[in-house]
Design a protein. Structure first.
Length: 570
């Protein structure tokens, strides 16, 4: 190989090595770029993930923070009944100034200045708390303007911490349905207690819990019950408006009422619910139930059959009498219209104690009423085996004590076609009504609608007959039991009604506890003079609210029964 050839070969080798070195360097740079790119991509993905997660957490936390600490309760139309809102409290902090004497002024003077801001404040209790020198609440529910006036007193020991308060914008209305919140924030007595899990669950407290009641109907019921109670100096009153097809409670009232916004020890008696928790002997309101059971069993077929009514029934040394002479003989229609104990007892005797007891059991009268409220009274039930006398007295509402809610459910079954359903305080959607259980035949229910309507047209329920609303119902005036027997001057006066009787939609119960004979009741104490008029005034108010307008061109056809009460037979 010549010298020149060697030189050329060496140069070619140098060029090749240089190209390999450049290629290798480029590959290293490329791999470094790829690795850095992957690291950057992973880092960016992590940042995006953390950012989104943080936003999600922040959004969830923000959403939960914006929710009220306790959910809202509303009526069936969305009217607020109970809601939470931020408020102030008045707190005594004796360590605020870090001295032995935390107050600039005397406890007496501070209490006097607080009294000027809060007129209902009990100054002696405030003085006692301030004098003890211990931390204590002086007042809850302080309004912003009141808080400003407290600060103007100039006492550092009087602090105003922000708290969440439970407010009932309707005041005392529907108090026995709603219940109240105790100082620890727990629901008590009513739907506040029943709905506690939902009202405090973050997943559910954003939406109002809808009840079945209509506040317009509730207001009208309470107003008329209060009017009747005050007019007769009664010790209490109770009432309910019930949908006969669904069992929904449209209104429920127990008087005297309490204010859930400010509950204290003095309200203990008022918190007691007379509709669901108190049992009464409800007297003659049971007579239609007895007649319905007898019709259903085939014991009453001939409505023209007459029963002797001018002599008391004597059984085992006990006499069953009527309040006054009602006629020598009475048929079934007249028995209900005039409210005869004697003939009702005879019909029950023909029916037999087993069938009578079974009917009342099917109507749920041997057990506590079915409704969501926690306070439910236990009926006074005569036992599993009834004698003839027990059967007779139960037939006209004595010897058995149930709640007004029991009675409302029974009347609903009696007029809606014969089906018993439990009451509910929840608003039901279409198709959610329980199927219930059949107690009476549809034909029996149809006949009872006629008979109940006749009582309001011709009998003791005349004062409940609101023109155009076709009200039907039965009065009941029962003496209250006491030491040594019944107290003749202490009555429970009840009117159990339904409307409109040609197509019943609602049952209405109005009850007065120990009404007195006053000028307003023509000095009478019986239901015809005090409870029935309450229904007569109430129905025209609530009918249009519930979609029922007066119509004087319609009514129940009673043409086949009307001849049975002609003047020559009564």
């Amino acid at each position: 190989m010549t010298y020149s050839t060697a030189i050329a070969t060496h140069r070619v080798q140098l060029v090749n090595e240089r190209q390999r070195a450049v290629t290798f360097a480029r590959m290293r740079v490329l791999w470094i770029v790829v690795i850095f790119g992957l690291v950057a991509l992973v880092a960016l993905s992590r940042i995006v993930f953390l950012g989104l997660s943080d936003n999600a957490l922040r959004s969830a936390s923000l959403e939960e923070a914006l929710l009220p600490p306790r959910g809202e309760i509303a009526d069936r139309n969305g009217v607020p009944l109970a809601r939470a809102f931020p408020a102030y409290a008045l707190w005594f902090n004796p360590k605020a100034m870090g001295e032995d004497n935390p107050l600039v002024k005397s406890p007496q003077r501070i209490a006097a200045e607080l009294k000027a801001i809060f007129p209902d404040l009990e100054t002696h209790r405030v003085i006692e708390k301030l004098a003890k020198g211990r931390s204590a609440y002086l007042r809850r529910r302080v309004l912003p303007e009141q808080a400003s006036r407290v600060q103007a007193i100039g006492e550092l020991a009087l602090e105003l911490p922000r708290e969440t308060d439970r407010h009932y914008p309707q005041g005392t209305m529907a108090a026995h349905i709603l219940g109240y919140i105790d100082p620890d924030g727990n629901g008590q007595v009513g739907m506040e207690q029943v709905l506690e899990p939902k009202l405090t669950d973050p997943a559910q407290r954003g939406e109002a819990q809808l009840l079945s009641i209509d506040m317009r109907v509730q207001g009208a019921l309470e107003s008329e019950l209060r009017r009747g109670m005050l007019a007769t100096n009664a010790m209490g009153a109770a009432g309910i408006v019930l949908d006969v097809d669904t069992g929904e409670v449209m209104a429920l009232a127990s008087l005297p009422e309490f204010d859930p916004n400010k509950v204290d020890a003095s309200d203990n008696d008022r918190i007691f619910n007379r509709v669901t928790n108190q049992v009464y002997e409800l007297g003659s309101t049971f007579k239609p139930i007895t007649v319905a059971a007898a019709i259903d069993a085939g014991v009453v077929r001939d409505f023209g059959k007459r029963y002797q009514a001018d002599r008391p029934l004597e059984l085992g040394g006990h006499k069953i009498r009527d309040s006054h002479y009602l006629g020598a003989t009475l048929n079934v229609a007249e028995t209900l219209i005039k409210s005869s104990n004697i003939v009702t007892a005879k019909i029950a005797d023909d029916l037999g104690e087993n069938r009578m007891r079974e009917t009342l059991e099917e109507l749920g009268m041997n057990a506590r009423p079915q409704i969501e409220l926690p306070a439910k009274g236990k009926p006074i039930w005569p036992g599993d085996k009834w004698g003839r006398l027990t059967n007779m007295t139960v037939s006209y509402g004595h010897g058995i004590a149930v709640t007004p809610l029991h009675l409302a459910n029974a009347y609903a079954a009696m007029v809606n076609g014969g089906v018993w359903r439990p009451a509910t305080l929840y608003k039901l959607k279409a198709g959610e009504a329980p199927r219930g259980r059949r107690v009476f035949k549809a034909s029996t229910s149809s006949r009872m609608r006629q008979l109940l309507r006749m009582i309001s047209v011709y009998g003791t329920g005349k004062s409940a007959d609101a023109p155009g609303f076709r009200v039907g119902g039965k009065t009941g005036s029962a003496e209250k039991p006491g030491v040594g027997g019944y107290r003749r001057k202490s009555l429970v006066s009840t009117f159990a009604a339904a409307f409109p009787m040609d197509r019943p939609r609602y049952v209405v119960i109005a009850m007065l506890d120990e009404p007195k004979g006053t000028t307003a009741s023509s000095f009478q104490r019986t239901a015809a003079w005090n409870a029935a008029p309450i229904v007569g005034r109430l129905v025209p108010q609530i009918g249009p609210m519930l979609g029922i307008r007066p119509d004087t061109t319609r009514d129940v056809d009673i043409s086949d029964l009307r001849p049975l009460i002609s003047s020559d037979k009564t």
